[in-house]
Design a protein around this ligand. Sequence first.
Ligand SMILES: Cc1cc2nc3c(=O)[nH]c(=O)nc-3n(C[C@H](O)[C@H](O)[C@H](O)COP(=O)(O)O)c2cc1C
Length: 335
Amino acid sequence: MAGTVVSPSQDELVGCVDAAVQAPSIHNSQPWQFLLVPGGVEVHSDPSRRLPAVDPQGRSMHISLGAAVLNLRLAVRYLGRREHTELLPDPRDRRHVATVRAGERYTPGGDDEELYEAIPHRRSNRSPFEDVPPPPGALEPLITAAAAEGAELRFLDQDESDFLLYLALMADERRRESPAYRRELYNWVTDDPYRDDGIPLAAVGPWTEGGPVSLRDLAPDREVPGRASVRLEREPTVAVLTVRGEDAPPQWLRAGQAMQRVWLDATRRGLAVSVFTTPLEDPELRDALRRPSDPITYVAFRLGYAPPAAATPRRPVDEVIAYTRPVPIRPPHLG
Ligand SMILES: Cc1cc2nc3c(=O)[nH]c(=O)nc-3n(C[C@H](O)[C@H](O)[C@H](O)COP(=O)(O)O)c2cc1C
């Protein structure tokens, strides 16, 4: 019957969650839980996976959740359904960050299918990239990808890139002065082959004269077997992602969705990507980087060409699907 919406099957929704969990997350903390509801999937944060030292406000956690929401939306469209997404739908529950529902049938169009198909191929690539930078034609579509999610992607000129990379290394050095930060990193960067979260020690990437290629030393005070010393590409291609408005969960979720769309779009175009947030986590450096009227930068990208990086592990879907509603977290004013 025209206009009738048939709910996707349980298996189809589980398949959508399987796409969602492949999203990137800060320290591969995978701070999410999913609840299957009639016709869709709710996304909740998992406060037990919050990283208080690196991310005291939960900004990076929400950016990670936003990335999972984008994957979920693409997966619903890939089922041949329109997707209806509400961010932070319950004002009494900060933990419930999104509900994605499958709507009417439609034929996926535009970039939807290719972006969905890029999900399992997206990686953080912490190796040096080729010296030849990507041509403007390969980068311009990424600006459109960010705009499609209400964000702005700006490519930096060489002086600006050098300055941001310098700030990132400085911020990283400052962060490492904190024992709590180093302890947290130690817990989330792992040589345990059975762990299905955290960053494998083998993925931390090499070192350059100035600091780690990853722009965050993921293994301070640790021996990394086979960790090479390399030279960074000559003229790194760096872009920053900004979102207008307050520095608050709705904008963080928007930034996460935009980050993921840019990352998937870059992946399908054969680009290697790594992201870094070190200079943006330090309130002083963040403010030094912008005038008060400027939109806030949430994520910085390094883009180029390189052999593919290995995949990092994920928890299986049955561990992240909740069978009862996750206990809500009330905003402070509701007590
Ligand atoms: C908000 C956010 C911040 C991140 N910051 C960094 C960073 O500063 N340096 C880095 O090497 N990786 C960073 N990452 C990448 C994660 O470590 C990576 O996504 C995670 O380990 C999973 O690996 P994958 O991206 O290869 O799937 C960040 C990811 C997110 C979502």
